[in-house]
Design a protein around this ligand. Sequence first.
Ligand code: PEP
Length: 234
Amino acid sequence: MKIIAGNWKMNGTHENLVKMIQDLSAIDTKNAIILCVPYTMLCTDSGKIALASQDISAHDHGAYTGEISAKMVAATGAKYTLIGHSECRQYHGDTNATVRTKAEQALSNGLTPIICVGETMDEKQAGKTMEIIESGVRESVPSVVNSNIIIAYEPRWAIGAGITPTSNEIESAHELIAKTLDDMGLGGTPVLYGASVKGSNALEIMSIPHVDGVLVGGASLKSDDFIPIITSVK
Ligand code: PEP
């Protein structure tokens, strides 16, 4: 069983989501499907397809105009929240420290955080990939043993770029993340790969050791692109 998560970013409408849920509900799969959708779609009845927000506030409640708390997301029935996505780090200034605070908010409100870590192109070119991945995990992930947490390794330079690291590079990154999580007492935490996953590379990527599923951006917006990814593995 793999975890296949789609990230709609700021795309789609309620009608698009209803249609996607209908299409996904009709397929025969044992894989767990999560759709990370805009806040306004979280109340949609989604049956066996789990919904997630794409972020949450680092605060519990109060004078934070425009923000949405973990408790509010949980009250919609959503079970997950994406945290620390590359675009939130880039445009909203999320750091490993704020990501960790948000993850703690998620856990204390019964949401499973999907915590994203990964290196930028500059960090890759400076030979810092492994260092950034390890510090991302150590600093962003709360060491709460027996908690429901998912990690997504997303090389930031490959998101939306149509290119991926090599299988060996993905394997090395996931091996390091698994080892680091083990060291933090969080062994067995699922780790997804994200960035430029599509129907044609999904099986190869999900066959790499320590890859427990995928986080899919662009190819999760249309059933014709998303379903082949989900059905590529049994
Ligand atoms: C993402 O935004 O999390 C992502 C993986 O995007 P894409 O699949 O489009 O690279």
